[in-house]
Design a binder for this molecule. Structure first.
Ligand code: MF3
Ligand code: CO
Ligand code: CO
Length: 271
């Protein structure tokens, strides 16, 4: 598989898919409260996507090589779950943190984005992990421009996470995206500057760092999907779908409720 350069027409479709994915997160935000189950969050998102947006939830029955089909329409990853949590009977309680990861297909193109949510009042430590992870995603995004390297993104993310005492999950990464959910290239969240693929205008990929409060080691649960921290430490993740533009980047997964870029990066304009 090779890295595709999107045409102006494809980019327009990716803009729409990205906005719709982000709007699912806006829609579900008020429901993320103590007492709701992850299965209820899934059903609400599923119905919104299918009935209101007329989008297709990409996770539902998604079955990459070596995996059984994913049985739900969104991923719900609570506390020490790193990613790919399967919605079910788990009841959210005060102080939980949860990642909701949404991927929609509209007119044949994918938009992929995730955010962290605090359930009720959250501990200072959990908030700090979520905030630093958000900064990590944005520090990575801020590297994106034609002529930069994928290694620049990974390095910037890794530095910020490790400087704050956290570890980066290595087994999962960002990815090219378009007509397919997961395309080349792989976008690692660690690495060395000036290495790897050189970015070109028209590439579209996700940046989605998974960051653990403790050690980086992971374990897969017997359900075949859920990934947890081996040491049961908290884990956080944020994700955007990014277009490489002539001067920098454009965040495709944006909507009314998208949190703003961290203030300490706002002076740098690549977009
Ligand atoms: N949305 C995830 C990503 O960011 C992939 C989820 S695959 C699923 O790449 F099958 F678990 F939904
Ligand atoms: Co993704
Ligand atoms: Co995702």
């Amino acid at each position: 598989m090779s890295v595709t350069i999107k045409t102006p027409d494809e980019i327009e479709k990716m803009r729409l898919a990205g906005k719709l994915a982000s709007e699912v997160l806006d829609y579900i935000t008020p429901y993320v409260k103590p007492g709701i189950t992850t299965g209820e969050l899934d059903r609400l998102c599923h119905d919104f996507m299918v009935n209101e947006q007329k989008t297709v939830p990409a996770p539902l029955n998604y079955a990459p090589p070596g995996h059984i089909p994913f049985p739900r329409s969104i991923c719900t990853s609570v506390n020490h779950v790193i990613c790919h949590g399967i919605p079910g009977d788990r009841v959210l309680k005060h102080a939980d943190i949860i990642n909701l990861d949404i991927t929609v297909i509209k007119d044949g193109f994918h938009g992929d984005t995730s955010r962290m949510f605090y359930v009720g009042q959250t501990s200072i430590q959990a908030k700090r992990l979520c905030e630093i992870t958000y900064e990590c995603m944005w520090i990575g995004i801020d590297q994106v421009q034609p002529g930069a390297y994928l290694g620049d993104i990974g390095h910037a993310i890794q530095q910020h996470a490790e400087r704050n005492g956290y570890s980066i999950v290595r087994e999962f990464c960002g990815h090219g995206i378009g007509k397919r959910f997961h395309e080349d290239p792989q976008v690692l969240h660690y690495g060395r500057p000036g290495t790897g693929l050189k970015l070109q205008e028209g590439m579209i990929f996700t940046i989605e760092p998974m960051i653990n409060a403790g050690r980086r080691d992971i374990r897969q649960l017997a359900d075949g999907w859920t990934i947890v921290t081996k040491d049961h430490s908290l884990s956080a993740q944020w994700e955007h779908t990014i277009l490489v533009t002539d001067r920098g980047y454009e965040v495709l997964t944006q909507s009314e409720g998208t949190p703003s870029k961290p203030a300490f990066l706002s002076s740098t304009t690549h977009a």
